[in-house]
Write a protein of this length. Structure first.
Length: 319
């Protein structure tokens, strides 16, 4: 049980309102890592943030260009690599070892959900694949694990279709999903991306009943089986409005774990609603589900091993 619990409670996510300066953040990270070093699982904790570039940056500094600005540049490949490298270097300086980037969504229309904040490289899946791969490789060489998101893709969502706010269904054909939305993930996996974040939208072509992040069909059959991803899967925030019909965050955490999520992101939409107690409640519910057989212990152990392996890899990089 201890190893499963350690694998599930593996890190801390930081938002802009948590950070007054890079120096302050690094001091907090050092304190957390020191506490972890004296625990039964001494591998460094995962320290996560969203440093995508452009408008979505939790820390000041690089990458200053958005994904869309990079995608529209004649030097796009070089700029994507530079963005990944500078993001990695800046985050390492702050003590962060996991970036919830890059976004690999392939947007369809100007001003839609992903394009509104310039979070997509292109409407061309091959361009997204190439630039995302360059970002991932450069960032991970700097010692920060990359996260490809939001699988299998939010690029077809309209501007009003935010999974943070409400349930979203993206009714795409299997062919469009696999040739457009999932195409960049093949390149990301080939580049060795460490994590993949699963979308909270529902994709009837893959699973007509459950949001992707709660679906074994999406995580196990599509991402792991068809695409061959062997790294760490992570949910988006468990407080998302898209999950309003799936119980409390703790109940959603059990469902996501059963579906194949290795890491659960226990963060609320509004910063003042975030509390460590929420994560502890989710963790306790998962431990209870394991003890009563409602979660498969062998699957949970494999998830824990993937997370612990990531922590060990990052520790080795920074020795």
């Amino acid at each position: 049980m201890a190893r499963v619990r350690a694998g599930e409670a593996a890190g801390v996510i930081f938002f802009e309102s948590n950070i007054s300066s890079v120096e302050q953040l690094h001091a907090v990270v050092r304190e957390l890592q020191a506490a972890s070093a004296s625990s039964p699982v001494p591998e460094p904790l995962l320290m996560l943030t969203d440093q995508e570039g452009g408008l979505v940056r939790r820390l000041p500094g690089a990458p200053e260009l958005s994904e869309k600005q990079i995608g529209e540049s004649p030097d796009a490949v070089a700029l994507a690599g530079q963005a990944g490298r500078s993001a990695g270097e800046g985050l390492v300086h702050a003590g962060i070892n996991v970036n919830l980037a890059p976004v690999l969504d392939v947007f369809r229309r100007t001003g839609d959900f992903v394009d509104e904040f310039q979070r997509s490289y292109s409407m061309d899946p091959q361009v997204v694949a190439q630039l995302g791969g360059a970002f991932i490789s450069a960032q991970q060489q700097a010692g920060v694990a990359a996260t490809a998101k939001h699988f299998p893709g939010l690029g077809s969502a309209e501007s009003s279709q935010s999974t943070d706010e409400r349930p979203i269904t993206l009714d795409l054909s299997p062919d469009e999903l696999r040739t457009v939305d999932e195409a960049p993930y093949r390149r990301a996996i080939a580049a060795g991306v460490r994590l993949v974040m699963i979308s909270w939208a529902t994709y009837p072509a893959l699973d007509p009943r459950l949001p992707a992040g709660l679906s074994r069909k999406v995580i196990q059959r599509e991402l792991r089986g068809r695409l061959g991803f062997g790294g760490v899967t992570i949910t988006d925030g468990l407080a998302a409005g898209a999950l309003r019909s799936f119980g409390t965050p703790a109940q959603r955490g059990v469902l996501a774990t059963r579906a194949g999520a290795d890491l659960l992101l226990c963060s609320a939409l509004h910063i003042d609603e975030n509390s460590p107690a929420e994560g502890v409640t989710v963790l306790d519910r998962i431990a209870e589900a394991l003890a009563t057989g409602r979660l498969n212990r062998a699957s949970a152990e494999r998830a824990a091993e993937r997370v612990l392996a990531l922590r060990s890899i990052l520790a080795a990089h920074h020795r």
